[in-house]
Design a protein around this ligand. Structure first.
Ligand code: PBE
Length: 314
């Protein structure tokens, strides 16, 4: 039923783009000349290139995120993105903007990533990135502080064993996006996946209230993974604190030992600069998830497939 409605909306939206391109856009007036010439006013079949309607703006997330830095690099690499801005805010604000645009079938370009619940809720696509600015397939890795293995062998072992699949992470993310508190969604997943969790805790002894602090950034994917591993550690007897912070601070605090660890290192590309900076001061416990990806994401109904299909601001 949803799909049918969208198709109908699609026709209406296509029409309204055309009207805007034909001169109804009253916003400031100044750039309405730029796209009128050769791409669209009189073309009734195709929506106008959405770049102008987007005000040459990519909807970003937290300023410290790797995908935001990559998007900024893209605006310098691609002629088609010359003069574009990456607007930063938060992952939550991005998701709200995406949901609102989607419901109104309006154009939007977000800094996106997989795993993410947005692909389950909406029909979306990654824009092709022929220059490879956003990298290829990524892993999410676990990094802990030096000395953790000696100080807390049980926690070290569990963090080292932690490994799950995209579908696992997405199921927790979906629950949270539907309004379940993250801690509760994580506890449910842990309960329902005792076989997987048993592999992470296999042969590991219980502890009695030992304190451990994990750091993370409030990206939906990391909210899911950090809450799940926190629940597993709690069940093992740990007194777990999880602290949301900025990306660079997350890396720094594991490197200087202020935090015990994190499960949120996106490599090789997304956090490549931070890894280079801190790799000698952190202990790399390897991937906890494979097949991750970042890029520019748009709704399927948008008539662009590649970053090169966009239009420079001037
Ligand atoms: N993300 C989610 C992060 C890593 C995890 C893709 C938003 C980033 O861009 O740094």
């Amino acid at each position: 039923m949803f799909g049918l409605n969208l198709k109908r909306l699609g026709l209406a939206a296509g029409l309204s783009f055309t009207l805007v391109a034909a001169g109804c856009g009253s916003d400031e007036g100044s750039d309405s000349e730029n796209t009128g010439g050769d791409n669209g006013g009189e073309d009734t079949e195709q929506a106008a290139n959405p770049s102008e309607e987007l005000d040459y703006t990519i909807t970003g997330i937290e300023p410290g995120a790797g995908v935001v830095k990559s998007a900024e690099n893209a605006t310098e690499t691609y002629d088609s993105l010359a003069g574009w801005e990456v607007e930063t805010s938060s992952s939550g604000a991005m998701a709200t903007a995406l949901g609102e645009a989607y419901d109104n079938e309006e154009p939007i370009i977000v800094t996106g990533w997989t795993p993410h619940w947005k692909f389950a809720k909406y029909d979306l696509k990654y824009l092709e990135d022929p220059e490879g600015v956003f990298g290829e397939e990524e892993e999410i890795k676990t990094m802990v502080r030096q000395g953790l293995e000696e100080d807390m062998p049980e926690a070290y072992q569990i963090l080292d064993n932690f490994h799950w699949e995209t579908a696992d992470m997405e199921s927790v993310m979906l629950e949270v996006s539907d309004g379940t508190p993250a801690e509760e969604a994580a506890a449910t997943w842990v309960e329902e996946n005792s076989d997987k969790v048993a592999e992470w805790t296999d042969g590991v002894g219980e502890v009695d209230g030992q304190e451990i602090e994990l750091v993370y950034v409030e990206w939906d994917s990391e909210v899911a993974s950090t809450n799940v591993i926190a629940e597993v550690l709690r069940n093992q007897g740990f007194d777990v604190t999880i602290t949301p912070i900025d990306n660079a601070v997350m890396w720094q605090s594991v490197a200087n030992g202020d935090a015990d660890g994190m499960v949120a290192a996106w490599l090789p590309a997304t956090h490549g600069d931070l890894y280079e900076e801190y790799k000698d001061q952190v202990v790399d416990l390897g991937a906890n998830l494979e097949g991750a990806k970042i890029g520019l994401v748009v709704p399927e109904y948008m008539d662009v497939d590649s970053i090169e299909d966009l239009e420079p601001a001037e």
